[in-house]
Write a protein of this length. Structure first.
Length: 251
């Protein structure tokens, strides 16, 4: 009997730079029904390949609507990718190096944005959250969302998130005028969020409480498209791709 969730990660066939010569490594992760060949992910990857990154792509076969059973499998796959990327970059000096090892970036869409707490807490890596789940999906019996401690989330069941006490300390620090970077809600750099205002899983207040890097697309849906308006949809695709490229270039 096949497991309910199966994950595989492969190198993208459209990579240009040779292994070891890249600016950094990217893990491109799909959403439910939105694989890595769909526009938001595909063009983000193309932009980063042109900038010298190497792309690895995650494929997810998911037969479960219960995200509490899906997310741990995704987290485990990410653990393996980070370990392999760091091992392959060990002892190699070059443009892809940072003080903590090879330069790594994750890009998730919808479902896979739910891995952000795990990635931030364990690795402190930069993360692009495309249409993140900030409002729970009706089909998910576990009602999981990305915890945002600064808005008072009850995160007792979310072991990867900061404690409520830590969140309160962060809020006090921010009220005292400290920067987001100095009082991060999670470890590592603040993520980039790109989402449409007509997306039922998006919440503006929660997004802005999670990160200062929020790119909103008015009237866009969960695919960051505006049905019946192809020009606006294409403009948003270009905007999101440019935002991802800019976020990555700042690393």
């Amino acid at each position: 009997m096949k497991p309910a969730v199966e994950v595989s990660i492969t190198s993208w066939k459209k990579n240009v730079v040779k292994p070891g010569q890249e600016y950094g490594r990217v893990l491109l992760m799909p959403g439910t029904g939105y694989n890595c060949d769909r526009p938001l992910l595909y063009w983000s990857a193309q932009a980063l390949v042109e900038a010298g990154w190497r792309i690895d792509r995650m494929n997810v076969r998911n037969a479960s609507d219960d995200l509490s059973t899906v997310i741990p499998v995704l987290n485990q796959a990410i653990d393996g990718w980070v370990a392999a990327a760091r091992e392959s970059g060990a002892g190699k000096a070059g443009d892809s190096d940072t003080p903590s090892g090879p330069r790594l970036l994750l890009i998730g869409k919808s479902l896979t944005t739910m891995t952000y707490p795990h990635v931030a807490s364990h690795y402190g890596l930069p993360f692009v959250l495309l249409t993140p789940v900030l409002h729970h999906a009706d089909f998910d019996p576990s009602a999981r969302v990305i915890p945002v401690p600064a808005v008072g989330d009850d995160i007792v069941a979310e072991s990867e998130a900061p404690s409520v006490a830590e969140a309160r300390a962060i809020i006090r620090a921010e009220l005292a005028g400290q920067s987001h970077a100095a009082s991060s809600r999670y470890s590592g750099p603040a993520p980039l969020i790109c989402a449409g205002t007509a997306d039922p899983f998006y919440d503006r207040a929660r997004a802005n409480a999670l990160t200062p890097h929020v790119h909103e697309c008015p009237d866009a849906n969960h695919s960051i498209e505006v049905p019946g308006h192809w020009r606006r949809s294409l403009d948003y695709l270009k905007e999101v791709t440019a935002s991802v490229a800019q976020y990555a270039a700042a690393m």
